[in-house]
Write a protein that binds this ligand. Sequence first.
Ligand code: MF3
Ligand code: CO
Ligand code: CO
Length: 251
Amino acid sequence: MIFVKNKTEIEKMRKAGKFAAELLLYIEPFVKPGVSTQELNDLCHEYTIKHGAKSAPLNYKGFPKAICTSINDVVCHGIPSKNEILKEGDIINIDVTPIVDGYHGDTSKTFIVGGKTKPEIQQLVQDTEKAMWIGIEQVKPGNRVNDISNAIDDFLTPKGYGIVRDLMGHGIGRNFHEDPQIPHFRQNKLLAKLEPGMTFTIEPMVNLGTYEVVVSKKDKWTVRTKDGKWSAQFEHTILVTDKGYEVLTLR
Ligand code: MF3
Ligand code: CO
Ligand code: CO
């Protein structure tokens, strides 16, 4: 069941989205060679608490940290660790989800550590961000979830990328994850019709090789590409408006 948000709820979603955007801006200058993912976690968590918000990932279904940090072949749900140190040329997705006044704002970005990496990785990161925006541009009343999915697939698949299937965008509000699911790969069926007041994320995970992923047996969270090739992701929280969309987590 999809929860369509009323005016009051939309105002709260705007506040949560804005704070999530500020949190990603806050952490950006710390994303440098030599920093540990634990330090990035602690900085984000302290900033969140200081502003009266909460970190949704912490203890969510047993997730042990406040943010997700996913490096290179890690697709998503990477767990920050003091032993994991960023180096030049790595790519890291930082995914933050603060709760402000009971509502969630969910956003992520893939950073290139030190600003430079291999050209094919640079291209992967650029194409992944573009794919997210192509999906966002499909958001308007009367369009359907499958229009988002297919636009993203039409852009990425001809380039030879693997689009992750096991993890999708999602409705968001009082709940971290609610209906509808937003696939980022081709859907040959009619999915939910978009209506003003719906809020959901668009967050394509894009692999240089196969779309297949494996979940760590050790920690039960870390999702990696099956073939070890690198993966990028960008995420925004979107509101469907009367005319089209509003990016609630715009930086
Ligand atoms: N923020 C992730 C998403 O985009 C979810 C992380 S769940 C966690 O949906 F438990 F790993 F935090
Ligand atoms: Co999300
Ligand atoms: Co997220």
